[in-house]
Each structure stands twice: as structure tokens, then as C-alpha cells.
Design a protein around this ligand. Structure first.
Ligand code: ADP
Ligand code: ASP
Ligand code: MG
Length: 411
């Protein structure tokens, strides 16, 4: 008998029929004698709808109240899923995040889980019930509802698996595993049988939304056995996230390609090249609570340099205003430029550690397609470039082919 956490995403609970299918799978596991905790997302499209609704009432919604609104999507699906289980003859009970007491910090709309009370869930599991928990939500120490950021139900699933010391956390979604890249963009993408935790972490942070990055961080911290599978068909075992690299196995140099259209680039031109300048630029940006991703500074010519960085697109307008109104006059830069039509494409693979030449092959492939590289950043197992958004698909497809990630037989 095992304790298994199964998380079902929005498309897997999109309508009553799909919810019944989820209940059928859960019932099968339950009949085999396993203890099951089910985590569900809101029905697909529901969270977007709730956010739109909130914005119609208040253009920039109050964060505390926004969480109250957007957490309702998951409250609907826990009730429906528990009903479908009961209708199938499986004893089940639903819990909101607050009812479990998934305690989070105070940061509304992007809260972090601090502690999970297992008491009630354990009692129900021991009584033979399936426990159905709302993903994406928690409660802070003042009793206010919090949410964990978009895609946060993955994190609820993995965090519950860690807290309950589950044997496995299964993430059921609308694709049958982690692919070499998003199979919706590159149909030739291949499913990976396994992917290392580090690679998954890079892929998630570089934009592959198949797993929310915090869920991968949790899995790594608590060594949760994590698998991504299809909720629509049982034809394979999906993708297992592994923690150890098999030293005897020849690793591919590149395991996957991630891309991200959520960033925007800001540049200050004609910046005086003197100590403290990076701080003078990025200090006020940080103070405004804006996260910076890539940063580049050129070597100076005649004491002047150019400085560029990227931020999330949602914060582009705010960051531009700070540069224009505050930083440019303060440091006497010549010009501010912004571009929110960029994207970041990243190659990820632990094999990069031992192979030189990945970056140059990436650059030559992009050059061959006439794609200009605007920024570059690297880590031990990742190489990223920023390019014009309109070339994203072309770049991902040509890199996928150049690094021989296509399925055998694909053109
Ligand atoms: P859920 O609603 O189940 O949480 P998501 O839409 O959040 O599902 O995540 C699944 C989607 O992630 C897939 O439909 C796919 O388009 C996308 N995706 C992006 N990169 C990858 C990848 N490398 N492998 C698999 N899916 C990916
Ligand atoms: N419903 C939330 C969202 O759409 C959480 C999730 O689906 O994981 O972001
Ligand atoms: Mg998701």
C-alpha cells in the first residue's frame, strides 16, 4: 500500500465528464489499496476569467481581495471531484487550502508555503477516504486567503507529497510527460523518459510551464518522487524527475529547449562608466519590487557605456517610467529604450558541463536563419539568448533540429 498524491490540472477537470474520468482513475488506485490525496486546479480558463472579472471592478485589483476571488475556482472543482468520487462509491472529502491549513507567507498572489497541517488529512486517509485538496491556495497567519502564483497547483501537489512523506507525486496533465520542448510548438518534440531535477528546474525557470518552478524546487528540497503523466490516456509512464545522474549513461548534450515570451528589455544608452552605476540603475528597480532577469553592460568607449536588462512584461511600463523619470536624469544617461516584443530561448542539458561548443552551435544555427541575438546568458547547464519575438518558433524549431532532438523519422 502506498500513499500517492495525484494532481490534476485545469484541462483534466474542464467539465463534468472529465471530472468523472479523474474519479475513475482515483477509484482504481483506491481499490488497489493505496491512500490517495487528489489536488485539483480550477476548470481550465476559470482563473483567467476570474482575473478579468476582478479587473472590471478594480483596474488594479487589491491583492488581498483578488486572492479571495481567484481562489474560488479551485473550491468548485474540489467539491465536484469529491462528489464524482462519492457517486462512484469511493468515500471522499474535500478541503480548501485554509481547511487543511496550508500556511503561507503574506505575499498575496505569489505566496510561499511555510507549513502544512497533516492532522485532518491523515485521519481521513486512515479512515479509508480519498482526500481532495484545492490547489493554488493557502491561508496566511491572519486567516486571509492567499494564492501561490499561476500554475501553483503543481506546488500544492508536491508540497503535500513532501509533508505527508508520500511514495509518489503524480502530476496529471494534457500532455503525457515532459518533452524536449513544448509539443504544441514543435510537433516533432519527443517525450523524455526521465529528466534530471536540475534540468527540470532550468526548464521550468526558463519558461516551460509544464511544471511550476516552485514545485520543482520543493521536489528537490524534499526529494519527492515526481512524475508527469497524461490524464487522458494510460499508454505510458510519463516522465520521471530523477535526482541522480547515472554516471554510466551517455547523457545527451541537450535535453530540452525552453522559451519564454513574458519578458521585456530595457536599455540605457550613453551611460557614464564609473563605479556604482549598476547599483544606481538597478537599485531603484529593486526597490520598486521589480525582478530583473538578464543584465548586460558593454565595455565603455570614451567613458560611456550601454546598459540593458530584462524584466517581466507586466512590469515593463513601471520599469520604463522609473528609468525615464528618475534614473536617466540622475546618472545623466543619453537615452532610454524599451522593447517588449522579445523572447528568450534556452537550451538546457547536464551534458553541457562536459561538452564545449554548444553555444557556438546555437549561435551559428540562429545566424543561418538570419535571427539576430540581442542578449546572451549562460549557466553550467543552460545557454539562453534573447531574440525578436517574431522569430521564436523558427528559432526553437531550427535549434530542435540542429541538436537532433526531433523524433526519429521526423523531417
Ligand atoms: P495543467 O493545466 O495540467 O497544469 P499546463 O497548461 O499548466 O497544464 O501545462 C501543460 C502544458 O505545458 C502542455 O500543454 C504544453 O503545451 C506545455 N509545455 C511547455 N513546455 C513543455 C515541455 N517541455 N513538455 C511538455 N509540455 C510542455
Ligand atoms: N488555477 C490556477 C491557474 O490557472 C492554478 C493552476 O492551474 O495550477 O494558474
Ligand atoms: Mg499548470
Amino acid at each position: 500500500m502506498a500513499l500517492i498524491v495525484q494532481k490534476y490540472g485545469g484541462t483534466s477537470v474542464a467539465n463534468p465528464e472529465r471530472i468523472r474520468k479523474v474519479a475513475e482513475r482515483v477509484a482504481r488506485f483506491h481499490q488497489q489499496g493505496h491512500q490517495i490525496v487528489v489536488v485539483v486546479s480550477a476548470m481550465s480558463g476559470e482563473t483567467d476569467k476570474l482575473i478579468r472579472l476582478a479587473k472590471e471592478v478594480q483596474a488594479v485589483p487589491d491583492p488581498r481581495e483578488l486572492d479571495v476571488v481567484i481562489a474560488t475556482g479551485e473550491q468548485v472543482t474540489i467539491g465536484l471531484t469529491a462528489m464524482a468520487l462519492i457517486a462512484a462509491g469511493v468515500p471522499a472529502v474535500s478541503y480548501t487550502g485554509a481547511q487543511v491549513r496550508i500556511l503561507t507567507d503574506e505575499s498575496h498572489t505569489k505566496a510561499r508555503i511555510l507549513e502544512i497541517d497533516q492532522h485532518n488529512m491523515r485521519a481521513d486517509l486512515d479512515a479509508g477516504k480519498v482526500v481532495v485538496v484545492a490547489g493554488f491556495q493557502g491561508v496566511n497567519e491572519h486567516g486571509a486567503i492567499t494564492t501561490l502564483g499561476r500554475g501553483g497547483s503543481d506546488t500544492t501537489g508536491v508540497a503535500l507529497a513532501a509533508a505527508l512523506n508520500a511514495d509518489e507525486c503524480q502530476i496529471y496533465t494534457d500532455v503525457d510527460g515532459v518533452y524536449t520542448t513544448d509539443p504544441r510548438v514543435v510537433p516533432e518534440a519527443r517525450r523524455l523518459e526521465t529528466v534530471t531535477f536540475e534540468e527540470m528546474l532550468e526548464m521550468a525557470s526558463m519558461g516551460s510551464k509544464v511544471l511550476q518552478i516552485r514545485s520543482v524546487e520543493f521536489a528537490g528540497k524534499y526529494k519527492v518522487k515526481l512524475r508527469v503523466l497524461s490524464s487522458f490516456e494510460d499508454k505510458n509512464d510519463g516522465t520521471l524527475i530523477t535526482f541522480e545522474e547515472d554516471p554510466n549513461m551517455e547523457k545527451p548534450i541537450i535535453s530540452g529547449i525552453a522559451f519564454n515570451r513574458d519578458e521585456a528589455k530595457l536599455s540605457l544608452l550613453g551611460v557614464p562608466d564609473r563605479p556604482g552605476i549598476a547599483f544606481a540603475i538597478l537599485g531603484p528597480i529593486g526597490e520598486a519590487n521589480i525582478d530583473v532577469d538578464m543584465i548586460i553592460q558593454n565595455t565603455s568607449v570614451d567613458g560611456l557605456t550601454d546598459f540593458s536588462f530584462t524584466v517581466h512584461r507586466n512590469e515593463f511600463a513601471k520599469a520604463m517610467e522609473i528609468l525615464d523619470a528618475k534614473i536617466k536624469p540622475e546618472i545623466q544617461a543619453r537615452e532610454v529604450r524599451g522593447d517588449n516584443k522579445i523572447c528568450k530561448v534556452s537550451l538546457v542539458g547536464v551534458g553541457m558541463r562536459t561538452h564545449a561548443g554548444v553555444a557556438s552551435k546555437m549561435f551559428s544555427t540562429l545566424a543561418h536563419e538570419g535571427i539576430n541575438i540581442q542578449m546572451i546568458s549562460t549557466s553550467e547547464i543552460k545557454t539562453s539568448v534573447v531574440i525578436d519575438e517574431k522569430y521564436m518558433e523558427l528559432a526553437v524549431r531550427s535549434l530542435h533540429r540542429a541538436f537532433e532532438l526531433d523524433s526519429p523519422g521526423a523531417v
